[in-house]
Design a protein around this ligand. Structure first.
Ligand SMILES: NC(=O)c1ccc[n+]([C@@H]2O[C@H](COP(=O)([O-])OP(=O)(O)OC[C@H]3O[C@@H](n4cnc5c(N)ncnc54)[C@H](OP(=O)(O)O)[C@@H]3O)[C@@H](O)[C@H]2O)c1
Length: 287
């Protein structure tokens, strides 16, 4: 087995490196834009041809959800063009693809956790670009595995957990949206799932939903972050999406149904609060 990880300086890329180097040390090449710019089709083709990889895990993406609304060209070039380049080269060189997508392909009007077969209807440029990435990958590379995930955080880069820790320590009061429901997901848990997919006896292509267990609002999430981190000097005030307008329209409800991935791979998934507590100990260690 020879694995290529792209976007390896991001949250998921860093966690995947930690997990892969423990589970199967020395078989993976880690790249980010400096080593392999995925928007360069010729470079992607050459990399896969020379590397003789068995698997590529694409952790690269344009993930600035609000900025994407006014930066659509760059967003599409990374979330669509780059994915097309990977799909073309992977299918030509017989490389298995694991790609990551998002709960933001849904519009949030469901009243049950979203299944893989549910109708997509993204409400933002980011969500639309990720859906187009899914479609081009599956059309050129039908053997690919796509994992749709949600609300990722980790000790690396910028994310909601680190922002709420910082603001919680600096401010006396924080207003946080309480009417968007989803599931916080530790990037480490997704990284472990990816390694399970790669090392499974059977390769089962298709789209799978993966997040941590449970559901909450951004407000609930913030309260838990502060409680576990021992921050009690900041009052967290629940507000509605209408009170806190953002450039991108986010789904009001984007909880994912994980039955398919649990059944296919026989995995148990931790509850988001359990993984949050574990991650917070590491954020203190790394910062
Ligand atoms: N973050 C979330 O809450 C969330 C939620 C649902 C799904 N997801 C999906 O989960 C995956 C991982 O997200 P993440 O939070 O780990 O992302 P991230 O931290 O933003 O990392 C993405 C990485 O890709 C790199 N990159 C950008 N353009 C590239 C290019 N042309 N060629 C190669 N690398 C490039 C970025 O470099 P720069 O930093 O220099 O741009 C960055 O290192 C993505 O597919 C994302 O859409 C994320």
């Amino acid at each position: 087995m020879k694995i290529l990880v792209t976007g390896s300086n991001g949250q998921l890329g860093n966690e995947l490196r930690n997990v892969l180097e423990k589970a199967m040390p020395g078989v993976t090449t880690y790249t980010d834009i400096a080593e392999l710019d995925l928007t360069d089709a010729a470079a992607v083709d050459m990399f896969l041809e020379r590397g003789e990889y068995t698997h590529i895990v694409n952790c690269a993406a344009y993930t600035a959800v609000d900025k994407a609304e006014s930066d659509q060209t760059l967003c599409y070039s990374i979330n669509y063009d780059a994915v097309r380049n990977i799909a073309v080269a992977a299918s030509k060189h017989g490389v298995k693809v694991v790609h990551i997508s998002t709960d933001y392909v849904f519009d949030g009007t469901s009243c049950h956790p979203y299944r893989e077969s549910d109708k997509v209807n993204p409400t933002s440029a980011y969500g639309t670009s990720k859906r187009k990435g899914e479609m081009v990958l599956l059309s050129l590379c039908p053997e690919a595995v796509i994992l749709r995930t949600a609300w990722l955080y980790s000790p690396y880069g910028h994310n909601f957990v680190k922002t709420m820790l910082k603001l919680g320590r600096e401010r006396a009061e924080l207003r946080v949206v309480c009417d968007q429901i989803g599931t916080p997901t530790a990037a480490k848990d997704l990284a472990e799932m990816i390694v399970t997919v790669i090392s499974a006896r059977q390769w089962v292509p298709g789209i799978y939903h993966f997040s941590d267990e449970g559901a909450c609002s951004w407000y609930d999430f913030t309260k838990s972050i502060h409680r576990i981190a021992g921050i009690d000097s900041c009052k967290v005030v629940p507000v509605t999406t209408d009170d806190y307008p953002t450039a991108a329209v986010r789904p009001a409800y984007s909880v994912l149904d994980k039955s398919l991935i649990k059944r296919t791979y026989g995995v148990e998934i931790p509850h988001w609060e359990e993984s949050l507590a574990e991650c917070l100990t590491r954020i203190v260690d790394i910062d």
